[in-house]
Design a protein. Structure first.
Length: 735
């Protein structure tokens, strides 16, 4: 018998490309926050095993794949953070793979690293199994992450035995989240007080008995929860529905009230509210269900935040059989975002007494009566009284007969009337129009004939004739804002064309100043010099590599200051190829701060359509940042010493936020950004040290390694601009 020869195990030696220093045979030290190993795969084994040991410190590795177009975040894979990591890459599933870049950590620390090639998967599995056996009994056994990267799907797979159990599907992640909720202890009882009673009010009309059975089962599965289930039937004519209601009329844990006529969802809900006994009320649709432990987590949130008057949760969108198909994971409360989309929706908990004072649902807003209720109920509450429970507590069944799908146009019209009525109560005149997605909303604030305030536009520049010529031409001729002064802060232009251009534009604006000083470029210093001479009520920081493509962008940015407490407004920026460059900065991405959804298509709606409407964010880029004079005065100047080039905008936004100022981002002001066209990349050899120093200062000043951005879901990974869902070891905090 001929034996198949055993193919050899291959020890691979990647090239230490950046930020690494060897301190032993297999021991390395990361010298900055972005160390990189590079694998060139001219002759590659079938499987590549990467072994990483943080020597007691936690690691957060990242793998980048080059299929011929270079490395980018769209072809990357984060590994589960741990103190010891084993990753098997199935190279045979990547036929066009040219190179691999492995970033072991984002912290300057010591670690051990080895890379071994295998020609059979069983060899890699046996190797990993041996490591497992050797590590049993070690204190850090639980911190040993093992994953298989298999093709472009990037699924996390258990490779410790013969089975391949997929862990990265939405359903498996949802089960993981439920398991975390099951581990959460029930809230302690205060004195003799029981858990708060929740009245679950469900308006029904010709409901599918199968859906009702699912709903009742999900409520009964809320173990030891203090709740009452009220089904308020709105004159159902369907015989199956009526028989189901008849069969449940004697069951003690269900209260059924029935109307002889069909009066609509609002009337049916209000009828249920009238008999509710709970101090809290939650509204549930008859074809949906509650996730396990939803009410336990609500009771725990009430225990931890007893001063709150409103709670809302995340959602799971499901198919007709309640199988998860999509998450709706939400930011912390944001009234700006709520003015564009009802992102709060399900599951919401209202104080019954306040809900009664608000007179319940209004039947005049059929299809968006819940949106109208939210706007009225939340009016006057402080942010402290509104709490987000980041748990997917609601199963939202999407199917063809759902009211929200069959009556969408009427629901959209009702939503816009609700928004207009809300602002009318605030004595603010508005019109409500479609957003970038037609079903979402853009509130246009009327100025009532008032003049537009003066905006001081500060443009740092040096040479860059073509860029500055394009920008000034579009500011003068393609922007419809009537009150602009321009201040160019130039750090040493000598090009005669640039100097002549400055002279030519002195007659085109209300004021045009050029501040020329020969010095090394320092963005923060340039901005501060410009602010020092600005006379506008608002100051616009504008890069010289911005290209204006529509006239109303600046009016839109100024209009956003109509939202209360707004101090900063940012724009949507696109690369010249019309892909996303800036739709906001998320603090904590990569342990620092970063733009989310970079290089994604311009039309990307984002989670819950967020990229199509205005919203509050923690930070925006200074490439196009509008700041109120009051915010500037309270926050102070840009930091010239700590953040000369990078992260000065993030630092400023965080300092402004700490003083109570809101940062608003708007997609209705869209510009083209030729990013770093004039000053170049921060990662050139001559600038990389300065860049890393500014990264370290941001971490030290604002704690970005552990920063929880309120505009970002705690269920998102923090290692890529287009986040995926994160496997956590505990449930996130209420916020």
């Amino acid at each position: 018998m001929t034996r198949t020869p055993l193919l050899p195990i291959v020890r691979l030696f990647p090239k230490p490309f950046s930020g690494l220093k060897r301190v032993g045979i297999r021991t390395w030290r990361a010298t900055n926050s972005d160390p990189q190993f590079l694998f060139r795969l001219r002759r590659k084994p079938q499987f590549l095993l990467l072994l990483l040991d943080g020597l007691g410190d936690a690691l957060d590795p990242m793998i980048y794949f080059d299929f011929g177009a270079g490395f980018g975040e769209s072809e990357s894979r984060p590994l589960q953070p741990a103190r010891r990591v084993a990753c098997v890459i199935a190279l045979n599933r990547f036929p066009d793979l040219h190179r691999i870049r492995f970033d072991p950590t984002t912290q300057p620390l010591r670690f051990r690293f080895a890379a071994i090639g295998f020609h059979r998967l069983w060899q890699a599995r046996r190797f990993v199994r041996t490591i497992n056996v050797l590590s049993r009994g070690r204190e850090d056994r639980a911190a040993f992450s093992i994953e298989l990267v298999d093709g472009k799907e990037f699924g996390a797979v258990d490779v410790t035995d013969g089975a391949s159990v997929k862990l990265s599907s939405l359903q498996s992640h949802f089960q993981h989240v439920i398991a975390l909720a099951e581990q959460r202890a029930a809230p302690p009882v205060r004195g003799d007080a029981a858990a708060p009673l929740v009245s679950l009010i469900v308006p029904t009309f010709n409901a599918n008995p199968h859906h009702l059975n699912d709903l009742v089962a999900s409520v009964r599965g809320q173990h030891d929860a203090a709740c009452e289930l009220i089904l308020s039937d709105d004159g159902s004519a369907n015989e199956d529905s009526r028989r189901w209601l008849d069969s449940k009329s004697s069951e003690r844990d269900i209260t059924i009230i029935r109307s002889q006529i069909n009066s609509g969802i609002a009337a049916a809900t209000n009828a249920g509210l009238a008999i509710a006994r709970g101090s809290w009320v939650a509204l549930v649709d008859h074809d949906d269900a509650l996730a396990p432990h939803a009410l336990k987590l609500f009771a725990d949130a009430v225990h931890q935040r007893p001063d709150a008057l409103f709670f809302y949760t995340d959602e799971v969108v499901t198919d007709s059989e309640l199988r998860p198909t999509q998450y709706f994971v939400k930011p912390a409360f944001d009234p700006v975002l709520l003015s564009g989309v009802n992102y709060i929706n399900h599951l919401s908990f209202f104080r019954r007494d306040r809900l009664l004072r608000a007179e319940g649902l209004d039947s005049g807003f059929q299809g968006s009566q819940d949106y109208d209720l939210l706007l009225r109920y939340l009016d006057g509450l402080s942010p402290r009284e509104i709490v987000h429970i980041p748990y997917p507590a609601y199963l939202w069944r999407r199917h063809d007969v759902a009211h929200s799908l069959t009556s969408k146009s009427a629901a959209v019209a009702s939503a816009r009337r609700a928004l207009a009525r809300f602002h009318q109560r605030q004595a603010v005149e508005v019109t409500v129009e479609p957003a970038l997605i037609a079903d979402l909303h853009r509130v246009r604030f009327s100025r009532g004939g008032a003049a537009w305030p003066l905006v001081s536009v500060i443009i740092p520049n040096r040479e860059a004739f073509q860029l500055i010529a394009t920008l000034l031409e579009s500011l003068a001729g393609s922007t419809d804002y009537p009150a602009i002064e321009v201040i160019i802060v130039d750090n040493g232009s000598t090009d005669a064309r640039v100097l002549a251009l400055y002279e030519r534009y002195k007659t085109h604006f209300a004021s045009f100043q050029v501040l020329i000083r020969q010095e090394e470029f320092n963005f923060s210093r340039a901005v501060n010099r410009g602010i020092g001479t600005a006379s506008g009520a608002y100051v616009l920081l504008l890069n010289n590599d911005i290209e204006i493509i529509e006239p109303g962008w600046l009016k839109e940015m100024v209009s956003c200051f109509a939202y209360p407490n707004t101090g900063i407004v940012g724009a949507r920026l696109l690369f010249p190829n019309r892909r996303i460059q800036h739709v906001g900065v998320i603090v904590g991405l990569g342990g620092l701060a970063g733009h989310w959804f970079v290089h994604e298509p311009e039309s990307l709606p984002g989670p819950m359509g967020r990229l199509a409407v205005r919203q509050s964010l923690t930070a925006v880029t200074a490439a196009a940042m509008l700041i109120s004079r009051a915010c500037l005065d309270q926050t102070g100047p840009f930091d010239e010493e700590a953040f000369a080039i990078a992260y000065n905008d993030v630092d400023f936004c965080l300092r402004a936020g700490a003083r109570g100022y809101r940062t608003v981002w708007t997609p209705f002001a869209t510009l083209i950004h030729h990013e770093s066209a004039s000053r170049g990349s921060d990662e050139r050899p001559d600038t990389i040290d300065r860049f890393h120093r500014e990264q370290e200062r941001l971490r030290a000043r604002h704690g970005t390694m552990t920063f929880e951005d309120r505009a970002f879901s705690p269920w998102y990974t923090r290692d890529r601009s287009n986040p995926i869902y994160r496997f956590r070891t505990d449930l996130p905090d209420y916020r």
